[in-house]
Unconditional design. Sequence first.
Length: 482
Amino acid sequence: METAVDLVAAITAARAVSTRFATGSDDEVLADTAAIEELGRLVDAMRIDAAAELEKRSRKRLGEDSLAFRSGARDGDELVQQVCRIGVREAKRRVAIGTALAPAVALNGDLLPGRYPVLADAVRSGAVGVEAARVIVNAAKAISRRADAEDLGVMVEALTDTAMVNDIETLHDVVAAWATALDPDGLDPDRPEQHRQRALRIGRPSAGGMTRATVILTPEHLAMLKELLQSRRRNLQLLRTEPGSDDDAETDGAEWREEEGPDGGEPRSRAQQDYDTLLDTLQAGIKADQADVASEVIHETVVTITAAELEARRGQAFPVGVLAGIPIPVVEQRVCTGGIRLLVTDEGGEPLHLGRSRRLFSPAQRKALSVAAGGRCQYPGCRTPSPYLQAHHAEWFGRDDGPTDVGNGIMLCSYHHHLVHAVHSPVRIVRHDGDMFIVPVHWTGPPEERHRRQRGNLHDARITRIRRWAVVRPTPWRRTGS
């Protein structure tokens, strides 16, 4: 990759800038801070433009010609995440606002004004920051179906002027005033907006091992949840065990606790009671579902394919009695995950070989592979969790006669499983120094560390050192009774 000359010069100039924060006067520090912020707005504008372009070149309909596919990424968001070395949430935010402000493209390739041309120009000139633009665009989208298009355009232009001279908090207040003026009746409860807004988001674990989750509930689901919690609260009175705040028994105040915890345990706060109620209900539902499942039932479909097509990985396989064909990459992926058994024929349709039937990893094998993978896809950089993973034969079951055992298994999400099986896959799995590496298909020489498949804590060198220390450290001296 070759960076544009102008960008190289800009980066060099930025590195040469010396600040005078520690030595300058108050006025100089204020002026420099404002100038640096304007420079940051210009950089942010280029960032979102770049993210929008990467997303456009990674559209799903481009198939194997998309930039994301050729770069080994799942989609445009993941490509932005990899190239910019940022979190997935920030990548999605850049793509979303960049796409909203991107210009339209005519059939002849000319650029046309986008949906918010005045706002887009203000952002690219550095007059309005990306965060302010995000507030304006989100406000416009929220009421677009309930406001006149001309009024909406006037609102966006007015909010752009507001953002040029005010901070974000003031902008939020002005947005609320505009929303009330354009849509005085508010959200119609009969419309599907509320249903579309429902969400459950699980954050990253904290240093202490706990994880914060955020839930956005529809009114009916909120009522159902509150009734569930209230039904368990009725016989659980709280007492104020220590002073410290004005919280009452309906809030998360830690000083309000039970007189005695369940089974003689530690007294719980209201928030802890509600947590236990919700988790007990979920666990009861999971156990009920598992009780209805007697055993794993596998439906097997026999598909026919010629030896020439199988060797060339071109053509289609046809299920017995069905005239619709199945692409070979799909067949190969399904052979890994189960459901298809190959019947190889010659050009005249005479059977040559019926594939082995034991191609599925057993539940115990999948569990072992999932634990060894750390509960996530083993493709480098992917964070898809274990419920969405599939066990893949590193040495293919059909092509390489690979065995169905843990040593030949690697856990991949559906997207990366398909990527590995694609006819023109950009990657391949190789073994090196007793481990598996996923390298570009034309890679020569030994793989690099960045190509190594992701592993769980079972193979974390830090955990190994901790375990070794736990074994060799001396036992603390204790006084023994006589």
